[in-house]
Design a binder for this molecule. Structure first.
Ligand code: GLU
Length: 331
């Protein structure tokens, strides 16, 4: 029989490492205060399913994650995955930007070994805390042969999501993590069960490798609303960004009075990408706006915060608009 899988759990902070004064407080608590060793001490059951090592890489709320944090985390995982004696990685992470970090890893890691990012909506001090079972399930998923080659995964609330699709959708509900096409599978009675695999490219089949990336160009997001001021677009375009994701209303509609500001930004060399603030659905090229004529891009079905990361990576390696557009259809 094969030895237990060796899983390294990397702590970065978040609610899963939080503590509240009251067990009935599920929203008012301090996050990122428990060490990864303290978090793991809450699930001694994990040692029955894996050989677990732990390291504390950061201790921050995920709203503080910057490009530097993404690169530091990605490079550390890359180093660990290259070791023959390590079978998989679990990253404990705040849930606010768990979808962004997981997607960045999904696009840049060069390994088929499982990488699972996990967080919790309630701190360990709360009644019905979700962190212990989420973390146990994440270790289980990371140690399973069935998880190989599926890219970076996010495990929460008994579900296994693809990093490409998952988004945090609620400020407090346990079923906050949703993928528009559903999870890849579930954790049922102590084992992962997959029902589908990611169709888009990830990890070994992308053009990026984390060990070759030391910096990334900046890309901003402008969130559309009724009565939006064109000055917000001008200010973003002049802030040094190389790209601007316009989180437009509906299926990528742009209010007539801000089209000129986006065109001005494009003339300054800023790539303009039409996205949607709705949270799901496809933005069709040349439908709501003449993208060919304006030399703008569309996100396909990607949400603004992940479109930003994809454009940052793409701008680091491609310059032609056609290639940048192609990336949104490939990944
Ligand atoms: N500040 C937290 C974060 O790191 C809050 C959310 C959570 O971890 O669930 O994202």
């Amino acid at each position: 029989m094969k030895d237990k899988a060796h899983i390294v759990v990397i702590g970065t902070g978040g609610t899963i490492a939080g503590r509240g004064a009251s067990s009935v407080n599920t929203s008012d608590y301090a996050c990122s205060v428990l060490s990864i060793d303290e978090v793991l001490s809450g699930i001694p059951q994990a040692h029955a399913i894996a050989r677990v090592s732990a390291e504390q890489l950061m201790q921050i709320g995920s709203e503080n994650f910057s490009t530097t944090h993404l690169l530091t985390l990605g490079k550390r995982i890359d180093t660990l995955l290259k070791q023959d004696d390590i079978d998989g990685i679990v990253v404990t992470h705040g849930t606010d930007t768990i979808d962004e970090t997981a997607y960045f890893l999904h696009l840049t890691l060069k390994s088929s070994k499982p990488v699972v990012v996990v967080g919790s909506m309630r701190p360990p001090s709360s009644l019905s805390a979700d962190g212990p079972l989420n973390l146990y399930n994440a270790i289980l998923v990371a140690g399973s042969e069935t998880s190989h080659g599926k890219g970076t995964l996010v495990v929460a609330n008994d579900e296994i999501h693809s990093a490409r699709d998952v988004v945090k959708t609620s400020t407090f509900k346990l079923e906050s993590f949703r993928s528009p096409y559903g999870p890849l599978g579930y954790v049922v009675e102590g084992s992962p069960r997959y029902y589908r695999t990611p169709a888009r490219r990830h990890t070994l089949s992308t053009q990026w490798s984390i060990d070759a990336i030391d910096e990334l160009p900046e890309v901003g997001i402008v969130y559309a609303h009724g009565g939006i001021d064109a000055a917000v677009i001008d200010a973003t375009a002049q802030s040094g960004v190389r790209g601007l994701i316009y989180a437009a209303t509906g299926n990528g509609n742009v209010a007539a009075h801000v089209v000129g500001a986006l065109q001005r930004a494009r003339r300054r060399g800023v790539q303009i990408v039409r996205a949607s603030r709705t949270g799901s659905g496809i933005v069709i090229r040349n439908a709501a706006q003449p993208d060919d004529e304006y030399d703008w891009l569309v996100v396909d079905d990607q949400v603004p915060q992940k479109a930003r990361l994809l454009l940052m990576l793409s701008l680091g390696s491609e310059q032609r608009s056609a290639d940048l557009q192609d990336a949104f259809y490939r990944y």
